[in-house]
Design a protein around this ligand. Structure first.
Ligand SMILES: Nc1ncnc2c1ncn2[C@@H]1O[C@H](COP(=O)(O)OP(=O)(O)O)[C@@H](O)[C@H]1O
Ligand SMILES: [Mg+2]
Length: 477
């Protein structure tokens, strides 16, 4: 049977028996063997949905990622696979190759040696030589001593200096695969520079916060020369934090509109994409693009996804991305060129502390739940274009202390539903009144309380450098 025929049969078998894991693995392996890494990826993923801890499926998926150039994604997965003492030798060797690409040489050597010890068939003298291991001695004692300890000589140059400059060649199962050093691959992936149409007039209330933003952001950018004359840097990073649904994203956009700067918005999905290795280089090109468009606001929404300090994110891939982000941030400061980096997060305590060093996100602003003026404004916006009569927005705002923007939306939705039910009975649509909104509000609780319960603990017990003083002030503690 030819390979092609075998693929047809395996596909058919999987179609008939979609929950059969070994079958799916066989299909995925065959696809990968046939060089169809994309399709293989889909099958491995489907298999892992059925058997989440299946080591061979994970290894297969990691091989797909590696072949598809999704290096970080492969790293995250392999880090998990090799933790299992039963992991096959080739998993360690593949991991070693990816680590070498990151110049994590010591770790790469360790993984390579473990792999070859488990499965001598995985030895690759050329790769070993690049790791600084002497030919003919691919398998030194587990803890090299004396002479052997010198096997690793300095840090070899993986990415440049050799004839295959910029490339890390990896061979796997005899099939050679080449991984481009993706330096230039994403340079064309230019993000959109928006010109936000909203400014501070669209942000209801929050006067203190607006004033703070004027002093810390808008004046320095607008009078860059003056600030430079006094030796003060313009640009850098500012972090907005606070409970969800309370206007961080709204405020960041309004700030960009207020400066009349362009804004490049990087959302959670872009960030996660970088995380799983689809577009690490994009980070560099994003910063480059912001510099070219200065004055420009580079806005990272939900930035904690990028700089998480949670232990599950402490992987090589994650560290790599975080380090890259930090060095770009430092660059934005060094070139002092009117790039303002704004970040927003609901969970500042999940941010790696390195993010808050001077010149990075060193200015951190608390965005509290909307005050009474902001609440009235949010309600007004929500009711625009709906049938209404004499709604006293201020009265409703006063009765919705602690409600987020999203909570207020729920108040309006509830009131409208009540009206609809009535209208269905009477057949006459009646306009919304103050009473309807108040009734709806009375049935709802502000969702910000839960956030404050968490925030309070960080403010009380992990308030290094007074980072969370504003929370204490807000809670009157
Ligand atoms: N001060 C405000 N003025 C006007 N609209 C607001 C204000 N604060 C919040 N909103 C609205 O509330 C909703 C939630 O705000 P958003 O910025 O998405 O919150 P966050 O980013 O903090 O989760 C949005 O529809 C936003 O327009
Ligand atoms: Mg938001």
């Amino acid at each position: 049977m030819s390979d092609a025929e075998q693929l047809v049969q395996l596909r058919e078998a999987v179609r008939l028996s979609p929950r059969n894991v070994p079958l799916r693995q066989a299909l995925a392996d065959a696809l990968l063997g046939a060089g169809l890494a994309d399709e293989a990826e889909t099958e491995y993923r489907a298999g892992l949905l059925l058997a989440p801890d299946h080591a061979a499926l994970k290894l297969g998926l990691a091989r797909c990622f590696s072949q598809l150039g999704k290096r970080s994604h492969a790293l995250v997965l392999l880090e998990d696979v090799v933790r299992n003492p039963e992991a096959p030798g080739r998993a360690h060797v593949l991991y070693a190759r990816l680590l070498a690409g990151l110049r994590e040489v010591a770790q790469a050597v360790e993984q390579y040696q473990t792999g070859v010890r488990k499965d001598p068939g995985t030895a690759d003298p050329e790769f070993a030589a690049r790791l600084g291991l002497r030919p003919g001695r691919p398998d030194p004692a587990p803890t090299p001593v004396g002479e052997e300890a010198g096997d690793f000589q300095g840090e070899p140059d993986f990415m440049g200096g050799d004839p295959e400059e910029g490339r890390l060649r990896a061979s796997w199962d005899g099939g050679a695969l080449e991984e481009d050093d993706d330096e230039d691959v994403f340079d064309e992936a230019e993000a959109e520079v928006e010109r936000p149409k909203i400014s501070f007039v669209d942000v209801g209330g929050m006067e203190t916060l607006k004033e703070e933003i004027r002093i810390k952001i808008i004046h320095p950018l607008g009078h860059a020369d003056l600030y430079k004359a006094y030796g003060k840097a313009v640009g850098g990073g500012i972090l907005l934090y606070g409970p969800p649904g309370c206007g961080k994203t709204h405020l960041a956009r309004a700030t960009a509109g207020e400066i009349r700067a362009g804004v490049i918005a990087v959302g959670i999905h872009d960030v996660l994409d970088m995380w799983i290795g689809n577009s690490e280089r994009n980070l560099h090109s994003l910063f480059g693009q912001a510099r070219r468009n200065a004055p420009c606001v580079l806005f990272f929404d939900e930035v904690d996804a990028l700089g998480a300090s949670r232990s599950d994110m402490k992987t090589s891939a994650g560290r790599h991305l975080i380090n890259q982000f930090l060095s770009e941030l430092d660059g934005a400061k060094a070139s002092n060129d009117g790039v303002l980096v704004l970040g927003a997060t609901n969970a500042p305590w999940h941010l790696d502390p390195a993010f808050r060093r001077p010149g990075r996100f060193d200015r951190i602003l608390f965005v509290p739940p909307p005050d009474v003026t902001a609440r009235a404004e949010v309600l007004r916006v929500q009711l625009r274009g709906r049938p209404q009569e004499d709604v006293e927005f201020d009265a409703v705002a006063r009765k919705t202390e602690g409600f987020s923007g999203a909570d207020l939306k729920a108040v309006v939705d509830g009131a409208i539903e009540g009206k609809l039910r009535e209208a269905l009975k009477t057949g006459v649509p009646a306009p919304l009144r103050t009473k309807d909104l108040l009734q709806s509000a009375a049935t709802l609780k502000p969702t910000t309380r839960e956030w404050f319960a968490t925030a309070r603990n960080y403010a009380l017990y992990a308030n290094q450098g007074g980072t969370y003083d504003e929370i204490l002030k807000y809670l009157k503690l």
